[in-house]
Every structure is written in C-alpha cells, then in structure tokens.
Design a protein around this ligand. Structure first.
Ligand code: G3I
Length: 382
C-alpha cells in the first residue's frame, strides 16, 4: 500500500524520472543527427558568421540548425569599430553581449571580429590628425572591447586587411599616423587586454603569392619582436575556379611553417559573374527572359552549376582534411545563401549561392559532398 501522505512526493519522483528518461532520449537522438560540426569534430572547428538580426533571434533559426551544424561563431558586423564604438565615449555592447552569451550557451568557439580595420571605422576616428592621439584612441578601444570580454572570446581578429595585393602595407589612417608599427601596437594591446585569447591576423586573397609573402613577412616581423600572434586567418572569399588548390595548399604549408594556426575564416564561393572580368559587357544588358547577364540565376541555381559548386567544395575540404593537423577552424561567411553579403556585392540585388545551405536552411549538394568525405574516411579506416 502506498502511504496517502507520501503520494504527491511519489508522483513527483515518478514524473521526474519520466522527464529525465525523455530528455536523455531526446539528447541521444540529437547526438545521432549527422551535422557538419559533428562530422568534423576531430578535425577542426566548423564556424559561421552571425548577423545582428540572427544574434537578436529576429531570423528564426530553423529547427536549431545553427548550433547543430556549427561549433564556432564570428560576428559578421556587430563588433566592428564603427558599430561597437560609434562615438568617442559611447559603446554599443548590447548585441555583442548577446553574441558572446549565445556562444557560451551553446558551448561554441567564440571569435571576436575585429579590433583594428581601416573599413567600417567610426567617422570620428578618421578625423584624428596625430599619432599620439590615435595611439591613445586605439588603446582605449582595445582595452574597452577586448577587456570587456576578457576570458570569454576564444580568439580575436586583431588586425584585419592591412595589406595591399602586392604585399605592401595598405594606406590607412593607422599607417599614415602611426607608421607600420600600428600592427605590433594593436597586437600588444590585445594581448594585454585579454591574455588568454588567441590573436590573429586576418586578410583576403592570402593565396595570391605576392600578398601571401607580404603576410608572411609581417608575421615573421611580429615574431622576431616577440609579439604574441597565434594564428592567421585566410578569409576564403573564393570563386569556382580560383584560387587553385595548389595555391591554397602552398598557403597552408607556408603559413603553418611559421608555427601558427591556420584558419579559413570567411569561406564562401561566388557562382556569379564578376563585373571586372566582363570587359566590354554592359552590366545592364538583359537576356530576353529579363535576367541580367550579371544576375543569371534569380530563380534557382541550374543543376550544372550546383554540381560545379559541390565539386569545388568537395575538393577544398579534401585538401583541408589532408592538412587537418595545421588547420584549426573553417568558418563560412553566413549561415545560408540568403544571408550572404555576396547577394549585395559587388553588385546590389543579385541572387548568389555561395554557401552549403539554401534559402530554406536545407543542405545543398555541396553540403552532402562535404559530409560524404567524412563517411568515406570512416569506411577507409575500418
Ligand atoms: O546596419 C546598417 C543599417 O543600419 C543601414 O540601414 C544599412 C544601409 O545600407 O546598412 C547597414 O550596414 C551594412 C552592414 O553590412 C550590415 O548589414 C553596411 O552598409 C554594409 O556595408 C555592411 O557590409 C558588411 C561588409 O563587411 C562591410 O563592412 C557585410 O555585411 C559583411 O559581410 C562584410 O564582411 C567582411 C568582413 O568583415 C571582413 N572581410 C571581408 C568581408 C566581406 O566584405
């Protein structure tokens, strides 16, 4: 017989046990769902960039696919100087705070992007006219931003895009006023503000030999001066044909030979024509169907191009797997095709397809090919 007085406690205990069993079952079911980050968990982080609207939950995360597919995040815009530090004494920490909390909640590798960049810089910084003031402003900025998230950001893109295509230093207010040492200063300030965070140099076209050599020289100089630098970010805004696998491999080998982590930090592959390649073509020329030459696939990607994109991603990830001991993270620049900045650049209002998920959050052929590489690997190991 059950003691009447103990009945509520008894029911509660049964209920608790029932809920625990249910949640165990759900958890193990979730664990079994294949996903990018699970497939590659022994190789490198698989990341994505999050927009302000995603961080704020204004774009529903379809069936929780972001934490399921990705285990690293980068803020696409909300930590850039012009956004986070719009006025000398005013900071916009609200969305960045939520970004960091989101990463922690999902146990993700959290990247900070970016502390010093000539672009998306606040107008008030561009008005500074002397080196001492700019140095002080940079110090305050890095102390305030990197300091606020001390111990909570896993790695910072400390300096972004400081190089020209020929490998020389890009003209910017930082170079103009502080000279080439602005890079070392930024790394030293970041190391002081958050000693545990990894510190990275991040740039695009890093597989082009001249720019790559410039980046290698820059990193060697920092190392020679005992400046902490933990990794290099190769952004990876690539095309269907370029850069070649050979140049990507050369870059992995040459950067990792510096003893630092190699990361692909902003991966996407455009499938649209580049206006600068179309000499003589009028960007406003229309086909009879009304599709622009420059925007050929507004209604969907033809299967032939989808296959090309899939093959390109497959060969790139094959190479990444070959050098997995040197690569710590591969981050896509956006969650799905509809979120990509490439719909708006270099021509506004186009329909591009550069990522692994389509506009309905569904995995594309490219996704399946990247996943299949891991299945093949597992079979080969048996
Ligand atoms: O937030 C404003 C909004 O208030 C305003 O109404 C609207 C009008 O155009 O602009 C919005 O800001 C835009 C911002 O993205 C957020 O959507 C900016 O105009 C636009 O220039 C900005 O573009 C970003 C670009 O960096 C420029 O900084 C892209 O989203 C972002 O994907 C891109 O990311 C960069 C990396 O940080 C560094 N490497 C290259 C990469 C691609 O350019």
């Amino acid at each position: 017989m059950i003691n009447q007085r103990l009945l509520p406690a008894w029911i509660l205990a049964c209920l608790t046990l029932f809920i625990a069993c249910q949640s165990d079952a759900t958890q193990s079911q979730e664990e079994e769902v294949p996903s990018l980050q699970r497939a590659y968990q022994d190789n490198f982080f698989i990341g994505t960039a999050l927009s302000a609207r995603q961080i704020l939950g204004q774009i529903p995360d379809s069936l929780g696919m972001i934490p399921r597919e990705f285990n690293a995040i980068t803020p696409e815009n909300v930590m850039k100087w012009g956004v986070i530090h719009p006025e000398p004494d005013s900071f916009s920490f609200e969305i960045p705070d939520q970004y960091v909390a989101y990463g922690e909640q999902h146990d993700m590798h959290v990247v900070g992007h970016t502390l010093v960049w000539h672009s998306q810089l606040s107008p008030w910084v561009k008005e500074i006219q002397d080196s001492a003031t700019l140095r002080e402003v940079m110090k305050n900025h890095i102390e305030a931003v990197a300091g606020r998230y001390k111990g909570r950001i896993d790695g910072w893109d400390v300096v972004n895009e400081a190089l020209n295509e020929d490998g020389t230093l890009r003209k910017s207010i930082f170079l103009d006023l502080m000279g080439p040492d602005f890079i070392q200063t930024a790394f030293e300030l970041a190391a002081a503000a958050d000693p545990e965070a990894e510190l990275y140099y991040n740039d695009y076209n890093m597989c082009e030999p001249a720019k790559r050599e410039g980046a290698i020289a820059l990193i060697k100089q920092l190392q020679a001066n005992n400046v902490k630098i933990d990794g290099v970010g190769l952004q990876g805004h690539w095309k269907l044909e370029t850069p070649t696998l050979e140049e990507i491999e050369n870059s992995i080998l040459q950067f990792s030979a510096l003893g630092i982590k190699v990361m692909f930090t902003e991966l996407d592959i455009t499938v649209l024509p580049n206006p600068w390649d179309m000499t003589g073509a009028d960007v406003n020329v229309k086909f009879e169907s009304g599709d622009s030459i420059m925007n050929p696939y507004p209604g969907g990607l033809p299967d032939s191009v989808s296959q090309q994109l899939a093959a390109r991603y497959e060969s790139i990830f094959q190479l990444f797997l070959k050098h997995q001991d040197k690569i710590s993270r591969v981050t896509f620049w956006g969650v799905h095709d509809g979120h990509s900045w490439l719909n708006g650049w270099p021509i506004r209002g186009r329909t591009n397809y550069p990522l692994l998920f389509d506009r309905n959050f569904q995995p594309k052929e490219a996704y399946h090919r990247v996943m299949a590489l891991k299945a093949t690997e597992a079979t080969a190991q048996k």
